[in-house]
Design a binder for this molecule. Structure first.
Ligand SMILES: Nc1ncnc2c1ncn2[C@@H]1O[C@H](COP(=O)(O)OP(=O)(O)OP(=O)(O)O)[C@@H](O)[C@H]1O
Ligand SMILES: Cc1ncc(C[n+]2csc(CCOP(=O)(O)O)c2C)c(N)n1
Ligand SMILES: [Mg+2]
Ligand SMILES: [Mg+2]
Ligand SMILES: [Mg+2]
Length: 320
C-alpha cells in the first residue's frame, strides 16, 4: 500500500497512534493547533508547510508572496483556536541556484504578514533541497480563554463564516489556464496572498463560539471535519453564499466551471468557519451561512439546502 491509496485522514489514522502523547499535552493532534501546558501557563502551537509546485509556483509567486502566505496559513490555525498569535519559527529548504533576493523577499513577506499582530519570527532552520520548501510553526496565546475546538458544535447552533470563499481557487484556476484578465486582481491576490480575518478568531472565542476551524481544504471538506469531530450534521444555505458565488462568477464562466464548485470545494482562502450558540451576536466579520443539526446519518455530515452536495469535496494531498 502506498500513501496515494489513502486519504490524509486515513494516513493520520495510521501514524498518530504511534506518536507519543506527552503529559503536557492539553489538546493533541486533530485540531487546527495543539494546546500545551507549561508551568507558567499554556500555549497554542501549529505547523503548516508550503512546497514548491504543490502549493505555489515560482513563475506566479514572488518570495514575498510565499512568505506572506506561509505566515498567514499558520496564523489562521492559531486564530481558529480563538488564540492570539505570538511568534513563528521558519524552516526553509532552497535549491542552491535560487536568487538571494527571492529569500530576502520571503523574509519581507513574513514580516508583512506578522506586522499587524506584533508577531516575531524567533528562529528557524536552513537547508538545501531540490525545490523550495517553507515550513512555519506558529505559537499563540489563549489569553486565559478555553480553546475553541472543532468538536464543540451542537444541534441548534448557527454556522457562520468570516472571510471569502472560492477566491483563491478562482485565482489558481485562472493562473493555471492562463486566463487572467482585467478584473481578476482580487482572485489572483486571494491565491497569492490570502487575507485571513485573523481578529475574528479571538472575537469568536469571546462571543462564545462552540467550534471553529479555518477553511484550508474547501468549505465542504473542512465543514465535514467539524461535523465529524462534533458528531453533528452541518447544513449550509446556498443563498448565504451568493456574494461569494457572484465574486467568482465571471472567472468561472471563462474557465467553464460552476462557481459553486470553487465556493464549496476550493481551499486556501483561510476564512474562519464557526458554530455559535443560537441567539449569540456574531462578531464581525462573521455572517450566518447555515445551521447545526443532530446527525441522523454519518454519510451526510454536510448538506447544502438540506441535501447532499453535488460538487467535489475539496483538496486532499493523496486520495482525491
Ligand atoms: N505528520 C503529522 N504528525 C502528527 N500530527 C499531524 C501530522 N500532520 C497533521 N497532523 C495533525 O492533524 C490535524 C489535521 O492537520 P491538517 O494539516 O489537516 O490541519 P490544518 O492545518 O488545519 O489544515 P491545512 O493543513 O489544510 O491548513 C492537525 O491537528 C495536525 O496537527
Ligand atoms: C501550484 C499549485 N497547485 C495546486 C494548488 C492547490 N492546493 C494545493 S494544497 C491545497 C489545499 C491546502 O493544502 P494544505 O493542506 O497542505 O495546507 C490546495 C487547494 C496550489 N495551491 N498551488
Ligand atoms: Mg486549519
Ligand atoms: Mg496543516
Ligand atoms: Mg492549516
Amino acid at each position: 500500500m502506498r500513501v496515494a491509496d489513502l486519504t490524509e485522514e486515513q494516513l493520520l489514522g495510521r501514524i498518530v497512534p504511534l506518536l507519543p502523547a506527552g503529559s503536557a499535552t492539553l489538546v493533541g493532534p486533530g485540531d487546527d493547533a495543539a494546546v500545551v501546558s507549561a508551568a507558567d501557563g499554556r500555549f497554542v502551537v501549529t505547523t503548516d508547510v508550503l512546497v514548491e509546485d504543490r502549493h505555489f509556483r515560482r513563475a506566479w509567486s514572488t518570495g514575498e508572496d510565499v512568505g506572506a502566505r506561509a505566515a498567514v496559513q499558520n496564523l489562521a490555525d492559531v486564530a481558529a483556536m480563538g488564540a492570539v498569535p505570538t511568534s513563528l519559527v521558519v524552516t526553509l529548504a532552497v535549491p542552491g541556484d535560487l536568487a538571494v533576493s527571492w529569500v530576502e523577499g520571503l523574509a519581507r513577506g513574513l514580516a508583512l504578514a506578522c506586522a499587524p499582530w506584533d508577531v516575531g519570527v524567533v528562529g528557524g532552520d536552513l537547508s538545501g533541497g531540490p525545490v523550495v520548501v517553507v515550513g512555519v510553526t506558529a505559537h499563540g496565546d489563549l489569553e486565559g480563554r478555553a480553546p475553541v475546538l472543532r468538536s464543540g458544535a451542537r444541534p441548534g447552533d448557527v454556522l457562520a463564516h468570516a472571510g471569502v470563499l472560492g477566491a483563491s481557487a478562482a485565482g489558481l484556476a485562472l493562473l493555471s489556464a492562463d486566463l487572467v484578465g482585467p478584473g481578476d486582481e482580487a482572485a489572483i491576490r486571494a491565491y497569492l496572498r490570502p487575507g485571513s480575518p485573523l481578529a475574528g478568531g479571538p472575537a469568536a472565542a469571546r462571543a462564545g463560539a462552540h467550534a471553529m476551524l479555518d477553511v484550508s481544504d474547501g468549505l465542504l471538506r473542512d465543514a465535514g471535519r467539524m461535523a465529524a469531530a462534533s458528531g453533528v450534521r452541518l447544513d449550509v444555505r446556498s443563498d448565504a453564499l451568493e456574494g461569494d458565488v457572484r465574486g467568482v462568477a465571471d472567472a468561472a464562466a471563462r474557465a467553464g466551471v460552476d462557481p459553486l464548485d470553487w465556493v464549496l470545494g476550493g481551499g486556501e482562502d483561510h476564512g474562519l468557519l464557526a458554530a455559535f450558540p443560537q441567539g449569540a451576536a456574531l462578531p464581525a466579520p462573521f455572517r450566518a451561512i447555515g445551521t447545526v443539526h443532530a446527525a441522523d446519518d454519518e454519510s451526510a455530515r454536510v448538506t447544502v439546502d438540506g441535501a447532499p452536495p453535488h460538487v467535489r469535496a475539496g483538496w486532499d494531498h493523496f486520495a482525491g
